[in-house]
Design a protein around this ligand. Structure first.
Ligand SMILES: [Zn+2]
Ligand SMILES: [Zn+2]
Length: 426
């Protein structure tokens, strides 16, 4: 029996990894422009981090977490998202010092959710996340959204649609929830079984519910904008003005609540033009009470996460990885030549030159053909004729020009050719 990977979990193979690294590189470049610094978070945490942080009534906590007791009988969970971990680390390392500090962080890495397997969804999936702690101003909301949309644009998303909403605050959201529960009570029989149970405890989940019957009920439900308090209204107006200042187009979606409990005020989602409405590439929002609720000081925060698999599948082949081809390809014929090739390859690699060589006795013709296909700029030929004269033929594969050179001078010859070739390319 061949053992296969776990269902919903996939390998990222060479070829694709080059694209992934390129995406990371582009993301880093954008983060740097906005002053964000990288944090590397553990892949597992104590389960409370997520139960408290993500919210007990969320689908993630109720159905999707990989939770296990370790040998010391401690309940641990593979992280289903990054924000709760990031908040835990932010508090643990007192990153709120000195008082009033603004702390912009970003991270890359795998997240784990036991979702029903379906196309484009994985149980181990990757996110690029950002969190900005210490600033509650509406300019911060607009800046974070700008960062996200710029990152997606530079990654190769040509058309993106930005949706925004405000979920209100601790003062006005309870009123909205109350109004919503009242409305839903009257339509209880039309709700799905799941929502029949949860609509009182968390009516916002009904808005997110994917069942058709609930969607119908929600279509005429009261919307949050009627309930925004004065401060929330002013904040959101300012966010929209700031987005306009930056030339960012957006659409208001009053039905967008996001599936997590910790969001307040501004929430946002980006959908790629060629992905369905269900397939947002990225989303996030403000979470001004999560730090305090997690045992830290009262520090406002806002963040987002990008789904890397969806991003990569929607930009397709337009994302070119870095060139993985060798600089030099060494071909050889005969036992002595193979020994020489081995030695030369080692020396060139020490000099920082990407060198390919197949340590097998195969036809030199075939090896030369492979050298041509490899993308290498230089081919070092060690045929029987060359070896008997203690020389090598060094060939510039882009021009076809070649020259003979003593074996002792091979490094210099390769370097010279490589420099000539590269400067020729500009
Ligand atoms: Zn409010
Ligand atoms: Zn439902």
């Amino acid at each position: 029996m061949v053992i296969k990977a776990v269902k919903g979990v996939k390998d990222i193979l060479p070829g694709d990894t080059a694209k992934w690294r390129m995406l990371e590189k582009k993301a880093r470049s954008v983060f740097r422009r906005f002053g964000y610094r990288e944090i590397v978070l553990p892949i597992f945490e104590k389960s409370e981090v997520f139960i408290k942080g993500v919210g007990e009534t969320t689908d993630i906590v109720q159905k999707e977490m990989y939770t296990f007791a370790d040998q010391g009988n401690e309940s641990l969970t593979l992280r289903p998202e990054g924000t709760a971990s990031c908040v835990r680390a932010y508090i643990e390392h007192s990153m709120y010092h000195p008082q009033g500090a603004v702390t912009p962080l970003f991270y890359f890495g795998p997240m784990f959710r036991r979702e029903r397997p379906q196309k484009g969804r994985f149980r181990q999936f990757f996110q690029i996340g950002a969190e900005l702690f210490g600033i509650g101003e509406p300019t911060a909301d607009a800046e974070v959204i700008h960062l996200l949309t710029l990152l997606l644009k530079e990654a190769g998303i040509k058309e993106q649609k930005l949706f925004i909403n405000s979920l209100g605050c601790g003062d006005c959201r309870p009123e909205f929830k109350k109004g919503l529960v009242e409305y839903l009570s009257g339509k209880k029989e039309s709700l799905c079984d799941n929502c029949k149970e949860r609509y009182k405890a968390n009516p916002l989940r009904v808005i997110d519910c994917k069942s058709e019957s609930c969607a119908k009920v929600i279509a005429d439900a009261p919307t949050i904008d009627k309930y925004w308090c004065g401060d929330c209204r002013t904040h959101f107006t300012s966010v929209r003005e700031n987005l306009k200042t930056l030339g960012l187009e957006f659409e208001l979606n009053l039905k967008m609540v996001r599936g997590l409990d910790y969001y307040n005020r501004t929430v946002f989602e980006v959908i790629g033009e060629n992905l369905g409405a269900q397939n947002s590439i990225a989303g996030g929002g403000r979470y001004d009470s999560l730090v305090k609720d997690s045992g830290g000081p009262s520090v406002p925060a806002i963040g987002f996460a990008i789904g890397v698999e969806r991003l990569i599948s929607s930009i397709g082949d337009s994302l070119k990885g870095e060139d993985e081809s060798p600089d030099v390809y060494i071909v050889h014929q005969g036992k002595d030549a193979l020994a020489q090739a081995f030695k030369i390859a080692g020396g060139l690699r020490e000099l920082g030159i990407k060198t390919a060589c197949l340590y097998k006795q195969t036809s030199i013709k075939k090896q030369i053909a492979n050298a041509g296909k490899s993308g290498a700029g230089v081919c070092v030929i060690l045929g029987e004729n060359e070896i008997s004269r203690n020389i090598a033929t060094v060939k510039d594969l882009s021009t076809g020009e070649q020259e003979e050179c003593p074996l002792s001078k091979i490094n210099d010859a390769v370097k010279a050719l490589r420099i000539k070739r590269w400067s020729g390319k500009g």
